[in-house]
Design a protein around this ligand. Structure first.
Ligand code: PLP
Length: 428
């Protein structure tokens, strides 16, 4: 079957949302290290790690072995009503790494479920469905998480089970406060938060949820310290803080294991997914025990924390820590950032370079600051033609997002930068 036939069959029985990322999506049939091969034999350096799912890369023996060992027992999964050894070990590890005192962990299968669970915890704990989120945010694809997503392209529905208000925060580039120094920007956002609480809510806000770096929103990073300033206001009003670490967890931002740590803040809960299973589906919430235990109904996820996913996840965390991939993310991120800044000096189309560690974005513009999704799509295609897969995103689909596996080498970073540069050259 040809690639074109496969794509036609896909579209015939599934929504063609896939085209959002790639006009001509490829079929990935093999992977090794940071590289994948498509059904037609083309090889690519994967600079999006799947979709930040393959935190370590492809074909990692330690992860395959852990999963094979579980499969060899004859039990892929029964149910989460039984004790699962790997699940317990993983929960212990995540609780310890979380920095949240007296932490407990709940496992689900995705980031969406993780955030739905966190919303449930907070709204039941506070007996209120009033939630605060950030403009340009993305938190998932279920009823509650769509409702708290502050990004037009992804919010889809105005029917909402939660009462949500949005605050200015991470996305400064396309705000009226773009030119403000950090300290003044932090003050503007914190005043906005206070104003939103005092003037648009009944005063019974359950929680605020935020991404340390906004993922789908285009890797928008707030100045360090913004969320600490938010936390002071939230504490004053008794509002819980949830950090959505679905993209920013596990050391990807380089300087910290969790993105929120850049702000010197310990949240009440963190949600996680994506890279944890290095491709196996797993997500969850880590929260203060007092909060986790506040669910008034029994809570159980049939597949959340199943033996296969938790085996993969435990092996992934061990690998990340044993190889200090957080430090590698910092080093390779600095190299990539330097290279991108160099390209932005030559090409006015590269309006903003931002992010941290191996979570870096290039916002593409025309006429100064106007979003240019067409050129973004062309650049993504040009890099793909040259053997490099890059993600796309942002409020206007005009942001190239780079988040390669955290095992990325210096040579691969150089190779990717050369391809990106050559792709920009095609704009001339
Ligand atoms: N939260 C953030 C920050 C995300 O980036 C995503 C997915 O992109 C989600 C939640 C939803 O995760 P999932 O697609 O695993 O449901």
């Amino acid at each position: 079957m040809t690639h074109a036939e496969l794509w036609e069959r896909h579209k015939a029985v599934m929504p063609d949302w896939l085209a959002l990322y790639y006009e001509e999506p490829i079929e990935i049939v093999r992977g090794s290290g940071r590289r994948v091969t498509d059904g037609e034999g083309n090889e690519y350096l994967d600079f999006f790690a799947g979709i930040l799912t393959n935190a370590i890369g492809y074909d990692i023996a330690e992860i395959s072995d852990a999963v094979r060992e579980q499969l060899a027992s004859g039990v892929a999964h029964t149910s989460t009503v039984y004790l699962i050894r790997r699940q317990i070990e993983l929960a212990e590890k995540i609780a310890e790494l979380s920095g949240i005192p007296d932490a407990k962990v709940f496992f689900a299968n995705s980031g969406t479920e993780a955030n739905e669970t966190a919303l449930l915890l907070a709204t039941q704990n506070r007996r209120s469905n009033q939630v605060l989120a950030l403009r340009n945010s993305y938190h998932g694809r279920a009823f509650g998480t769509v409702a708290i997503t502050g990004n037009r392209g992804w919010s889809a529905s105005s029917l909402s089970p939660v009462n949500v208000q949005y605050v200015q925060g991470a996305y400064r580039y396309r705000s009226p406060f773009r030119e403000l120094p950090d300290a003044e920007y932090i003050k503007v956002c914190t005043d906005d938060l206070r104003n939103v609480i005092e003037t648009t809510t009944a005063g019974d806000v359950a929680c605020m949820i935020l991404e340390p770096i906004q993922g789908v929103g285009g890797f928008s990073s707030p100045p360090d310290g913004l969320y600490a300033a938010f936390k002071e206001v939230l504490d004053e009003f008794g509002i819980l803080l949830i950090s959505d670490e679905v993209q920013t967890g596990w050391g990807r931002t380089g300087e910290n294991f969790w993105g929120i740590q850049a702000h010197g803040v310990v949240p009440d809960a963190m949600t996680f997914a994506k890279g944890l299973g290095n491709g196996f589906a797993i997500g969850g919430v880590v929260a203060r025990a007092g909060l986790m235990d506040s669910l008034s109904a029994n809570s159980l996820s049939t597949f959340g924390g199943n033996p296969i996913s938790t085996s993969a996840a435990k092996a992934t965390i061990d690998y990340l820590l044993d190889h200090d991939l957080q430090a590698n993310a910092a080093k390779r991120g600095a190299q990539l950032m330097d290279g991108l800044r160099g390209i932005s000096e030559e090409f006015p189309e590269l309006g903003d370079v931002r992010g941290k560690g191996l979570m870096l974005a290039a916002e593409i513009v025309k006429n100064g600051q106007e979003p240019d999704s067409k050129t973004t799509a062309k650049l993504q295609q040009e890099t793909k033609n040259r053997g490099l897969l890059i993600g796309k995103g942002g409020l206007y689909g005009n942001v190239l997002r780079m988040a390669p596996p955290m095992t990325l080498t210096e040579e691969e970073t150089t190779e990717a930068l050369e391809i990106i540069r050559d792709s920009f050259d095609t704009l001339r």
